[in-house]
Ligand binder design. Structure first.
Ligand code: PAF
Length: 278
């Protein structure tokens, strides 16, 4: 596997690489990331992964400084997954003048759901992903459905800004008990880890009710919120939205997604489940 630390090195390699499928990450790789690599590999061309903990998408008081950095172990996993090239720039490489950095501004959806609790987060994501796209120039890029709002922001950005890149959504990787795989699961104590699948169970309960014809969305989301809060969670939101634009779901919608974010001890966990009524 090639490891490139500078934009110039990556660009020189890219010139002769042919079809490239790209997996942007912040490192601390788990099976969820590896399934993105597998989806990239299945495209038949070269696979490029980036590892970059992006300061622009962390707010004040968030875990930028303590975000787990596990470069050596990550490299081993990427080699085993057959990745062709890893882009691993420094913050100075990507943001040589961070104070005056141009930004990519997503529309109003950036201030809803997670954006309400993480101001500026999706601006930071859209900005770094645009930079990575301009550097890697991939033909396709893989994004996990676990970060559903991020996936929608990127899909919208690529469509609205005419970026010639296919965005490929990849299903959420889960532990046997249903907990969505996430680098932040590592912050959970043993007791919290045992409690954590409750989030997924509540999403499943809402999904089953919707499939059974329930249309009282407020009742469904408030029931889930109460169950979580009764078990020590601090809930940011439980919401039912439409899959395409993430607008509030309305009676009669067929393609919905149930999304939730809540804190359990230190980490803030997010998860979602799509509901397709056919
Ligand atoms: O999903 C992530 O890991 C990050 O938000 C991304 C897409 C790599 C941008 O920093």
């Amino acid at each position: 596997m090639h490891i490139f630390n500078t934009v110039a090195e990556l660009r020189a390699w890219r010139k002769t690489a042919g079809f490239v499928a790209f997996v942007p990450t912040m490192g601390n790789l788990h099976e969820g990331h590896i399934s993105l690599c597998r989806a990239a590999k299945a495209r038949g061309g070269k696979v490029v992964v980036s590892i970059f903990v992006n300061p622009l998408q962390f707010g004040q008081g968030e875990d930028f400084n303590t975000y787990p950095r596990t470069f050596e172990a990550d490299c081993d996993k990427l080699v085993a997954a057959g990745v062709d090239a890893l882009f691993h720039p420094t913050v100075d490489q990507l943001y040589p003048r961070v104070e005056q950095q141009y930004k990519v501004e997503p529309p109003a959806i950036q201030n809803e759901l997670c954006g309400q609790f993480r101001p500026g987060h999706f601006r930071g994501v859209a900005t770094v992903v645009t930079k990575l796209f301009n550097i890697v120039q991939p033909d396709a890029a893989m994004f996990g459905k676990k970060d559903y709002q991020q996936l929608k922001v990127i899909e919208g950005m690529v469509a609205d800004l005419d970026m010639p890149i296919e965005i490929v959504p990849v299903d959420t990787g889960r532990a046997d008990d249903g907990l969505a795989l996430s680098s932040r699961n590592g912050y959970l104590t043993a007791e919290e880890r045992a409690e954590a699948p409750r989030l997924y169970r509540n999403l499943n309960a809402i999904k089953a009710a919707l499939e059974g014809g329930e249309t009282d969305f407020v009742k469904l989301t408030e029931t889930a919120r109460a169950d979580l809060e009764n078990h020590g969670w601090r809930v940011d939101y439980v919401e039912i939205r439409d899959q395409d634009r993430l607008e509030h779901a309305r009676a009669g919608d067929r393609r919905m997604v149930v999304l939730a974010a809540a804190r359990l001890g230190k980490p803030r966990l997010i998860d979602n489940l799509e509901v397709d009524l056919g």
